[in-house]
Design a protein around this ligand. Structure first.
Ligand SMILES: [Zn+2]
Length: 234
C-alpha cells in the first residue's frame, strides 16, 4: 500500500461506521470514505488484486455477492467484470484486526488483471520464494488466452487452435504416450520434459473448451478436501 499512511493512534477515537448488520464488525473507512480490499482466490489462496471500496461498493459487494469497487482515478463505482465478464463471486469477507482492511475471498470467473494475468501481482521486486506451480500454470494459461485473442504468425499455440480440437486431442494422446515411455524407461528428466509437454497441450485444450484453469483448481481442492482422513496421517 503505497499512498496510504498508517493511521495514527489518535484516530482511534473515530467511531466505527454502521454498515454491518447484526453483530458483524463494521469496516472503518478512511477520511476519504474508502477502505482497501485485498482480493484472494478462495480455492488457491493466490492474492489476485487490491482495490478500494467506498460504502456503496462495500454494500453492493455484500448484497450481490460480486465484488464492486470505487475507482479513485475515474471517481466512479465499478463492478469487477462488468465489461470483461471476469466477475468475482464472493465466498467470504473478513476484516483485519483494526477493521481498516478487507480480505475478500472469491471464485473468479477469469483473470483479475487487465493484462490477462490471473493476478495483478506479477512484478518481482525483491526475494524469490521460487515460482509456484499455480503461478506458472496461470501465466501459461494467460499467454495461450492472449494468443487466441491476438493471433501471431508462426505461433505454435495459434497453429493448434486453428487446427481445432481433434488436433489438440491427438497431441494430448501423443504426449501422454511419451510420458508413459519415459516413465517405463525410468528417465526422470525425460518424464519431466514430456509431462511439461502434456500439461501445455492440456492447457491449450482447456482454452479451446472455454474451461478456466481455476475450474480445475477448484475441482482438485474439492476432491482433496473431501478425502476421508487416513489413520496413517498420509
Ligand atoms: Zn492488474
Amino acid at each position: 500500500m503505497t499512498a496510504r499512511a498508517r493511521r495514527a493512534p489518535s484516530a482511534g477515537k473515530r467511531t466505527a461506521s454502521v454498515t454491518g448488520a447484526g453483530s458483524a464488525p463494521s469496516p472503518r473507512f478512511d477520511e476519504a470514505g474508502l477502505i482497501p480490499a485485498v482480493i484472494q482466490d478462495a480455492a488457491t489462496g493466490q492474492v489476485l488484486m487490491v482495490a478500494w471500496m467506498n460504502r456503496e461498493a462495500y454494500r453492493r459487494t455484500l448484497s450481490t455477492r460480486r465484488t464492486h469497487f470505487w475507482s479513485r482515478s475515474r471517481r466512479e463505482l465499478w463492478e469487477k467484470g462488468a465489461t470483461s465478464g471476469h466477475t468475482q463471486e464472493v465466498v467470504e469477507v473478513l476484516l483485519d484486526c483494526d477493521a481498516d482492511t478487507l480480505l475478500v475471498k472469491v471464485r473468479p470467473a477469469g483473470p483479475a488483471c487487465h493484462t490477462g494475468r490471473t493476478s495483478c501481482f506479477f512484478q518481482p521486486v525483491a526475494g524469490s520464494a521460487g515460482e509456484s506451480v499455480f503461478s506458472v500454470l496461470s501465466e501459461i494459461e494467460a499467454v495461450i488466452g492472449d494468443r487466441r485473442a491476438h493471433p501471431r504468425p508462426g505461433s505454435y499455440t495459434n497453429y493448434l487452435l486453428e487446427q481445432g480440437i481433434d488436433k489438440i486431442c491427438k497431441k494430448i494422446g501423443e504426449e501422454a504416450a511419451e510420458v508413459i515411455i519415459a516413465a517405463k524407461n525410468r528417465h526422470p528428466a525425460q518424464v519431466a520434459a514430456e509431462a511439461s509437454d502434456l500439461l501445455y497441450h492440456l492447457l491449450v485444450a482447456l482454452c479451446e473448451q472455454g474451461v478456466p484453469l481455476a475450474a480445475v483448481y477448484r475441482e482438485l481442492v474439492r476432491r482433496h478436501r473431501a478425502r476421508p482422513p487416513r489413520p496413517s496421517g498420509g
